[in-house]
Design a protein around this ligand. Structure first.
Ligand code: C2O
Ligand code: CU
Length: 463
């Protein structure tokens, strides 16, 4: 069906881009908070799951890929026991949630060893924005392997303004490569350097599933880009997509879009009104640069790919009533005086481990013991992030909300709230960051997770 991808160097021993089309899309199990408390146990294990028609040995939360969806509300208290049944260490990051980075909170410096467990405690502020977020491991050096292996799940913070729809779908998009024995492929050196991309595109752990709907039905699609490195440019030709928001940012008012670019880690919140016919949910692809000094030939990185087939047939349903409510405008930091301006540069050079490339910020690889930026709680700061390399890198800051105000020197007409923002090859972005609360220590990094593991990460300390 339509577009597919082939030709990656591991194709010989892998199952290739086998698909198991025609199966109806399933939803991950949903866990909901009760009376303001979200209490659950998440078990990390290597599990046999069926993917692309074969028995795959993947990494799972509670036995499935993706893990369960968390349904939360602002003000919730989270009590999560993470049980690590792997041999290797892991930990848990609640990507995009504005919660404490310290102690038992969203702490990326924790190591939960094989056979150990840990009790996470987090509080969502009363005014936490509604939206789509996600969780994944964050143990430095193993993040790409564990996400590529299957560890991710969606988080939905529900708001009071939920729109009436016929169907609410969570779509966790990920990629992986499976060997013929069902194990997940190890990235080759050059794949890791470029940021590995899998041969199989998965939606909720399925290859090219089928979505069925009736004409006139309106659906909400909450899409997570959980790929380790792949950029997605989502499109659904023949259908109308209305963009409600990306990350914690809301479109006000929502606007019709032809496609939506999601970097690894980004999420999109979409409304789709179904028209009769069959359409293909695709990623149109994104050229993320000339790769490692032009040596690695990454012409097909983040290339076009098919995600799913949407079949709309049967009796016409009266269009879901009601206009889409105008959404609450997001706060604007542009009137706030930035107390401090900082600049940082994403760098790649010779001299990495094992003769590879060295990735870092300002020519320094990540060091969890070093503080790279000291920020005063309560400040609004202006950060300029430059990219001195020949490929795009998605910049991610934990915990503290960022408003993107400039892209490569051009002011953004509508400043966007994002927690992952693309920094184009040779370009820059400027963001305003709100450090009003959540003192503590956390990180910013490239969300091409192989680059993060190779050192493109740094420490910010807010106190
Ligand atoms: Cu989604 Cu620090 O990562
Ligand atoms: Cu990168």
């Amino acid at each position: 069906v339509g577009l597919s991808r082939t030709g990656l160097p591991w194709a010989a021993r892998s199952v290739g881009s086998n698909t198991d089309p025609g199966l109806e899309l399933r939803q991950p199990a949903a866990l909901r908070s009760q009376n303001g408390v979200f209490r659950t146990e998440l078990v990390v294990a290597r599990t046999e799951v069926e993917v692309a028609g074969i028995k795959a040995h993947m990494l799972t939360y509670n036995g499935s890929v993706p893990g369960p969806t968390w349904l939360l509300r602002a003000g919730d208290r989270l009590e999560i026991r993470l049980v690590n049944n792997l041999v290797e260490p892991t930990n848990l990051h609640t990507h995009g949630l504005a919660v404490s980075p310290e102690g038992n909170g969203d702490n990326p410096f924790l190591t939960i060893g094989g056979g150990e467990s840990f009790d996470y405690r987090m509080e969502l502020p009363e005014d936490h924005p509604a939206g789509v977020f996600w969780y994944h491991p964050h143990h430095h050096g193993m993040v790409a392997d564990q996400v590529f292996g299957g560890l991710y799940g969606a988080i939905v913070v529900e708001g009071d303004d939920e729109i009436p729809v016929s169907r609410d779908r969570v779509l966790v998009v990920s990629d992986t490569t499976l060997m013929t024995d069902g194990t997940v492929a190890q990235g080759s050196h050059s794949q890791v350097m470029n940021g590995r991309e899998g041969e199989l595109l998965l939606v909720n752990g399925q290859t090219q599933p089928l979505f069925a709907a009736r004409p006139g039905e309106r659906e909400r699609w909450r899409v997570v880009n959980a790929c380790a490195s792949r950029y997605l440019r989502l499109a659904l030709p023949g259908q109308d997509m209305l963009l409600l928001g990306v990350d914690a940012g809301h479109e006000s008012p929502p606007r019709g879009v032809e496609d939506v670019l999601l970097m690894p880690g980004n999420r999109a919140d979409l409304l789709v009104t179904m028209r009769r016919g069959t359409s293909t949910f695709v990623s149109l692809g994104h050229n993320r640069g000339s790769g490692m000094m032009g040596m690695m030939g990454n012409a097909d990185l983040s290339g076009p790919a098919t995600l799913a087939t949407v079949v709309v047939e049967g009796e016409e349903t009266p269009a879901d009533a009601g206009v889409v409510p105008d959404r609450v405008a997001d706060p604007d930091l542009r009137d706030r005086d930035p107390g401090n301006r900082r600049e940082m540069t994403m760098t790649m050079g010779m001299g990495g481990m094992g003769g590879g490339m060295a990735f870092g910020f300002d020519d320094r690889p990540f060091d969890g013991e070093r503080i790279d930026q000291s920020v005063t709680t309560g400040a609004v700061e202006e950060w300029t992030i430059r990219n001195s390399t020949t490929m795009d890198h998605p910049f991610h800051l934990h915990v503290w909300p960022m408003q993107v105000v400039e892209e490569s020197g051009t002011r953004v007409a509508e400043p966007m709230w994002r927690d992952v923002v693309n920094v184009p090859a040779g370009g820059s972005i400027k963001v305003l960051v709100d450090f009003a609360r959540h003192p503590g220590r956390s990180v910013y990094h490239c969300h091409i997770l192989d680059h993060e593991d190779a050192g493109m990460m740094a420490v910010v300390d807010v106190g």
